[in-house]
Design a protein around this ligand. Structure first.
Ligand SMILES: Cc1cc2nc3c(=O)[nH]c(=O)nc-3n(C[C@H](O)[C@H](O)[C@H](O)COP(=O)(O)O)c2cc1C
Length: 389
C-alpha cells in the first residue's frame, strides 16, 4: 500500500498534541474555538481554489473508501461507520467539511430553540493523563434559526442535494423552557431543521441542563416522541441516553423504543459518575471531580458505555445502535461494533489522538473484516468477535 501523506497529522502532532499533554496551559474551550474558526472558514469557502486544494489534501490523507464499510440503516446511506459525536460543531459551522476528515457522518448540535450562552466559564477541562474531559458547557449554541442560516451559507441545501455528506442533528431543550413545555421547544427546532438532517437525535441526557434527564422517564418520553413522530417528513429518530441509567431504566426505554417504533438509540452521553476518578483534582479550580459539576467523557467512560450497548443489543437486536463514549482506537471501535453498535461516534478520543484516528480506525476495521472473511461491517455488529492482532 502506498504510504499516504502525513502533512496534517504532523502539523497536529507538533502543534496541538503537546498542549493536550497537560491539564493546564491553553484553555480547552479556547483551543476548540480556534480550531473551529479555521474549520468554519474552510467550510464556508470550500470552493475557493486555495481552500479547495487544502481540503483535497485533507481528504486524501484521512478518507478511507471501502464498500465493505458502507451500510444502509434506517434508510440512510452511511459510507463508513465512524461519526463525529455531538457537541463539537454545535452551530453547524463546519458541517460541509466533516467528510474531508474521513467521517461517515457528523452529528451537529446540540441545538436548542433559543440561542443561549451556556454555563459560566471555565466549563471544559482536560484530564490529560486519563485522556478524558469534564464539561459543563450547558448547550451553548446560537439557536435553531441560526443553524439554518449556517447551513445555507455553506451551500448545504435540502438533503437530496448533499452527496456523501451525512448529517444528523442533535436537538435539546432550551434552558429557559420549563420541562412541561419541553415538547413545544423540541418541535419548533425540529420543524425548522428537518429539511437539513438525515436523522434527528433527541437529546434527553445532557447532565448540564437542569431537569433534562427527567425526560428519560418513559411517560414523559412517550409524549415527546409521539408528538415528534407526527411532524411532516419526520426523519429517522434516535434518542441519546445517559450512561448513568440503571439497567431497569434502560429496559423501560428499550420497550418504549420498540412500542413507539423509534429508529434507534445513541448510547451514551457524558457521565455524572466519576468512574473511579472521584478524588482527581481539577487543577484550574483546585476541586476534586466529586465536587465538580459536569459530565465525564473519554477513556474512563469506555467500559461503561460498551456495557450499555451490549445490554441493549441483548434486549433487542433490531434496535439500531450508535455507540459513543471513550472510543479512542481501532480496537475499541471494533469492540463497540461487535457488542451491537452499527455505528460509532468519537469526540474526546479524536481530540487526544488527532484526526488520524479516523483512518486508523477504518483501516483497523477493514483488517478485521479480512481476518474474519466478512463481506460487510454489518456482519460484525453484535458478533462478539474478538480483536485479532
Ligand atoms: C465538550 C463537550 C461537549 C459536548 N456537547 C454535547 C452536546 O451538545 N450534545 C450531546 O448530545 N453530547 C455532547 N457531548 C457528549 C458527546 O457527544 C459524547 O456523547 C461523549 O463525550 C462521550 O463520547 P467521547 O468519550 O468520545 O467524548 C459533549 C462532549 C464534550 C466533551
Amino acid at each position: 500500500m502506498i504510504e499516504k501523506s502525513k502533512l496534517f497529522n504532523n502539523i497536529y502532532q507538533s502543534l496541538i498534541t503537546p498542549i493536550l499533554k497537560k491539564d493546564t496551559g491553553i484553555d480547552a474551550e479556547y483551543l476548540t474555538n480556534i480550531s473551529l474558526s479555521l474549520l468554519t472558514f474552510s467550510s464556508k469557502y470550500r470552493h475557493w481554489p486555495l481552500v479547495e486544494n487544502i481540503l483535497k489534501n485533507l481528504n486524501y490523507e484521512f478518507c478511507v473508501v471501502d464498500k465493505r464499510l458502507h451500510q444502509n440503516l434506517c434508510g440512510i446511506d452511511f459510507c463508513n461507520p465512524i461519526g463525529l459525536a455531538a457537541g463539537f460543531d454545535k452551530n453547524g459551522n463546519a458541517a460541509n467539511i466533516w467528510r474531508d476528515f474521513g467521517f461517515g457522518f457528523a452529528e451537529i448540535g446540540t441545538v436548542t430553540k433559543y440561542a443561549q450562552d451556556g454555563n459560566p466559564k471555565p466549563r471544559l477541562f482536560r484530564l490529560a493523563e486519563e485522556e478524558a474531559a469534564l464539561n459543563r458547557m450547558g448547550f451553548n449554541n446560537n439557536g435553531a434559526e441560526n443553524l439554518v442560516e449556517n447551513f445555507l451559507k455553506q451551500g448545504i441545501d435540502f438533503k437530496k442535494n448533499r452527496s456523501n455528506n451525512c448529517l444528523g442533528i442533535n436537538f435539546g431543550k432550551s434552558k429557559i423552557t420549563s420541562l412541561s413545555k419541553a415538547t413545544e421547544d423540541y418541535l419548533t427546532s425540529l420543524k425548522l431543521l428537518i429539511p437539513y438532517c438525515d436523522y434527528a437525535a433527541i437529546n434527553i441526557s445532557s447532565p448540564n441542563t437542569e431537569g433534562l434527564r427527567k425526560l428519560q422517564e418513559p411517560t414523559l418520553l412517550k409524549e415527546l416522541l409521539r408528538e415528534i413522530k407526527k411532524l411532516k417528513n419526520c426523519p429517522p429518530l434516535f434518542i441519546k441516553i445517559a450512561p448513568d441509567l440503571n439497567f431497569k431504566d434502560i429496559q423501560d426505554i428499550c420497550q418504549l423504543i420498540i412500542d413507539e417504533k423509534i429508529d434507534g438509540i445513541i448510547a451514551t452521553n457524558t457521565s455524572l459518575d466519576r468512574l473511579g476518578l472521584e478524588k482527581r483534582k481539577i487543577k484550574q479550580t483546585g476541586l476534586m471531580l466529586s465536587q465538580e459539576n459536569g459530565g465525564l467523557s473519554g477513556k474512563p467512560l469506555q467500559h461503561k458505555a460498551n456495557q450499555i450497548i451490549k445490554y441493549i443489543h441483548e434486549i433487542d437486536k433490531n434496535i439500531t445502535l450508535i455507540g459513543v463514549g471513550g472510543i479512542d482506537s481501532p480496537e475499541s471501535a471494533w469492540e463497540r461494533i461487535c457488542s451491537g453498535a452499527s455505528l460509532v461516534q468519537i469526540y474526546t478520543g479524536w481530540i487526544y489522538k488527532g484526526p488520524k484516528l479516523v483512518p486508523d480506525i477504518l483501516n483497523g476495521l477493514i483488517k478485521q473484516l479480512n481476518t474474519y472473511q466478512l463481506s460487510n461491517i454489518g456482519e460484525a455488529v453484535g458478533s462478539n468477535l474478538k480483536w485479532i492482532k
